[in-house]
Design a protein around this ligand. Structure first.
Ligand code: CU
Length: 118
């Protein structure tokens, strides 16, 4: 009895672990694109994820070349997309830091940069 239970349990746990890993909201792509250069300061930053997001607790912080915050606060979440408006921040290296709570209640975070040139 105990042995049968063990045989059944191991594949079940592996299957659960694989399912959970796939369910995390990872960054799929962004606009402006990760590492790219754009000519003028963007009016917003939009991120697309591999999973739908919960709007509460999902955040985007953007700083400009001078290290000043240029995001205007709470991001808009729609399905697997999250975006935040920016105020004018001039040229330089922009840093985007994001934190995402996916609908399966797992949190992921990350950061990337893009360049704004004249
Ligand atoms: Cu997950």
């Amino acid at each position: 009895m105990r042995r049968i239970f063990r045989i059944a349990l191991v594949p079940l746990l592996l299957w659960l672990a694989a399912g959970q890993a796939q369910a995390h909201a990872m960054l799929d792509h962004a606009e402006p694109r990760v590492g790219n250069k754009v000519a003028s300061p963007p009016r917003e930053v939009t991120l697309w994820f591999t999973q739908k997001l919960e709007s509460a607790f999902s955040t985007i912080t953007v700083t400009n070349g001078a290290g000043e915050r240029v995001d205007t606060g709470k991001p808009r979440v729609s399905g697997n997309r999250m975006s935040v408006p920016l105020r004018p921040g001039g040229s330089g290296t922009y840093h985007v830091t994001w934190r995402a709570l996916s609908v399966d209640a797992h949190t992921t975070d990350g950061s990337f940069t893009f360049q704004v040139g004249e």
